[in-house]
Design a protein around this ligand. Structure first.
Ligand code: ADP
Ligand code: MG
Length: 258
């Protein structure tokens, strides 16, 4: 734990799959609170960055990195770093909702049990609180017993967010969380992320520039330069959309490419 205003500090981070570099020399700080959008054309390494932040990339045998990433003051790649604790603190949401194919209640209570919570009342109240935050408690009757696969896509996505929230994360990473949803369901996710961003750090990869404009406090623009993903520019949302410094950023937000 540190008192730094940043929950993540990424320094000269590069990532490769086998011999192919996907991200090159990224230095970026992610604030403890608020929403950061990550924008940029397909293939520029946005997902690679998100996946690196909770080390889910450990599961990709060809993956390697250089540089370092500090979470709450600790280098996440140092030896004997607690990855389980990292993943508890850094939730990851994908484009396609991935609930477990059993009841909503079990979806939400299982991670708690896996992380050692034994007290039934505590489990109950944590599950209820999470369902309430994401708006599922009042929306679906008998929600606890419903099989997650019976829910709509948007509800499944909110269930996945609730599943990370049970663990009281400090960061929520969302990789195109609304791209597979209809606009109404997407708006519910957006509103939820805005609420969560008041308390924790939310990072959203999105191809929807209007959404990035609406919800984010700051924006990081990535793009491919000579075949490798680079961070081109980062700044307050207003600045990136209205007065970006780099011509590639201006062209991307104006819709001239990407
Ligand atoms: P984005 O999310 O911006 O579309 P990605 O991070 O998915 O970009 O991909 C960046 C580059 O890394 C691409 O060239 C992609 O083909 C490559 N890549 C991503 N995941 C893997 C993987 N598991 N194995 C090999 N190459 C990958
Ligand atoms: Mg991606």
């Amino acid at each position: 734990m540190t008192t730094s205003p940043n929950i993540f500090e990424i320094n000269n981070f590069s990532a490769s799959y086998r011999d192919a570099e996907a991200l090159n020399d990224v230095s970026l700080n992610i604030p403890r609170r608020g929403i950061m959008s990550i924008i940029g054309p397909s293939g520029c390494g946005k997902s690679t960055l998100l996946n690196s932040l909770n080390r889910i990339t450990d599961l990709t045998p060809d993956f390697s990195h250089r540089g370092d990433v500090h979470f709450d003051g600790q280098n996440i790649y140092q030896r004997d770093f607690d990855v389980v604790n990292l993943r508890k603190n850094v939730g990851l949401i994908f484009q396609k909702p991935n609930p477990f194919p059993f009841s909503v209640y079990k979806n939400l209570s299982l991670p708690l049990k896996e992380h050692g919570m034994r007290n039934r009342k505590e489990i109950e109240s944590t599950v209820n609180e999470s369902m309430k935050i994401v708006g599922l408690l009042d929306e679906v009757s008998n929600i606890r017993r419903r099989n997650a696969t019976e829910l709509s896509g948007g509800q499944q996505q909110r269930l996945c967010i609730a599943r990370t929230l049970t663990l009281k994360p400090k960061v929520l990473l969302c990789d195109e969380p609304c791209s597979a949803l209809d606009p109404v369901s997407g708006k519910k996710i957006e509103d939820l992320l805005v609420r969560l961003g008041k308390e924790i750090s939310v990072v959203v990869v999105t191809h929807n520039l209007a959404q990035a404009k609406r919800i984010s406090d700051c924006v990081a623009f990535f793009c491919m330069v000579e075949g490798v993903g680079k961070l081109i520019e980062k700044g307050d949302t207003q600045k990136i959309f209205n007065a970006a410094q780099h011509h590639m950023t201006r062209e991307y937000v104006d819709g001239s490419f990407g």
